[in-house]
Design a binder for this molecule. Structure first.
Ligand code: HXC
Length: 259
């Protein structure tokens, strides 16, 4: 499938997806969501692809939000009847394999929310995160009030949502929103390097590790720990567990079957 709003490249086992509406600072419209959905579904379904990176085209923005021009004249009933924004859950969050958001420049509103859907964020030193929806008379609609609060705590999340102020990369790292900061010129290389490292891991173990960490946001401690233990026990049945432990003992790299 050819895309109009995103670019998709396969670099060995890593899928690189680039939001590509630089003239609109990569604002997220219905077409972007549909195309991202297809790209993530293809990535998830291809056993040769083991990690993905999502980034923005241009240096100025990862994404400056949901497309305000698309939403400006839309009747409220249509937002409700279409269950507007629900597709982000089914098209993006539902991805079972790991993916990284590589953020340079603005990640605002839906752009910040999309970055927070990633398994982790690597930020350029130019990154700026914010939830400025209040200035438009609305509020986050793609998970921002929930994911930002879980990532940085109530004080900062509430301040950002109520004032619309942006957080720079340093504050985002201090607050736990991003995994690490790199110089802008090295962002893509660093994200691809990190993705290649993840892609070199046993793939079922990568999927299960992702599921386990996400479980921490969905359940209480005792249930989460029990689920972790059961998932760990299930992984011990894989051929890659046998191979991984044998490779360690024999002091050689593991060769993964992906099952
Ligand atoms: C549509 C957008 C856009 C957006 C920028 N553009 N953000 N188009 N939707 N979210 C377009 C501009 O209209 C302009 O196109 C071009 O991108 C360049 O933007 P400028 O504003 O000229 O750039 P600059 O002056 O450098 O300012 C950058 C900026 C500003 C600070 C990031 O663009 C901005 O504030 N954008 C909106 C950020 C925002 O409010 N995001 C949250 C959206 S709501 P033209 O062709 O006009 O020159 C959301 C969730 C809503 O995400 C959930 C509730 C339903």
């Amino acid at each position: 499938m050819s895309y109009e709003t995103i670019l998709v490249e396969r670099r060995d086992a890593v899928t690189l997806i680039t939001l590509n509406r630089p003239q609109a600072l990569n604002a997220l419209n219905t077409q972007v969501l549909a195309e991202l959905g297809k790209a993530f579904a293809d990535y998830d379904a291809d056993p040769a692809q083991r990690c993905a990176v999502l980034t923005g085209s241009g240096e100025k923005a990862f994404a400056a939000g949901a497309d305000i021009k698309e939403m400006a004249d839309k009747p409220a009933a249509d937002f409700f009847l279409e269950d507007f924004f629900s597709g982000w859950q089914s098209n993006v969050v539902a991805t079972r394999k790991p993916w990284i958001a590589a953020v340079a420049g603005f990640a605002l509103g839906g752009g910040c929310e999309l970055a927070m859907m990633a398994d982790f964020i690597i930020a350029a030193d130019t990154a700026k995160f914010g939830q400025p929806e209040i200035k438009l008379g609305v509020a986050p609609g793609m998970g921002g009030s929930q994911r930002l609060t879980r990532a940085v705590g109530k004080a900062k999340a509430m301040e950002m949502c109520l004032t619309g102020r942006m957080m720079d990369a340093q504050e985002a790292e201090r607050s736990g929103l991003v995994a690490r900061i790199v110089p802008a010129a090295e962002l893509l290389d660093e994200a691809l390097k990190s993705a290649a490292l993840i892609a070199s891991m046993p793939p079922m173990a990568a999927m299960v590790n992702k599921e386990m960490v996400n479980m921490a946001f969905e359940t209480g401690l005792a249930q989460g720990i029990l689920t972790e233990r059961r998932l760990f026990q299930i992984l011990t049945a894989t051929e890659d567990k046998r191979e991984g432990m044998a490779a360690f003992v024999e002091k050689r790299p593991g060769v993964w079957k992906g099952r």
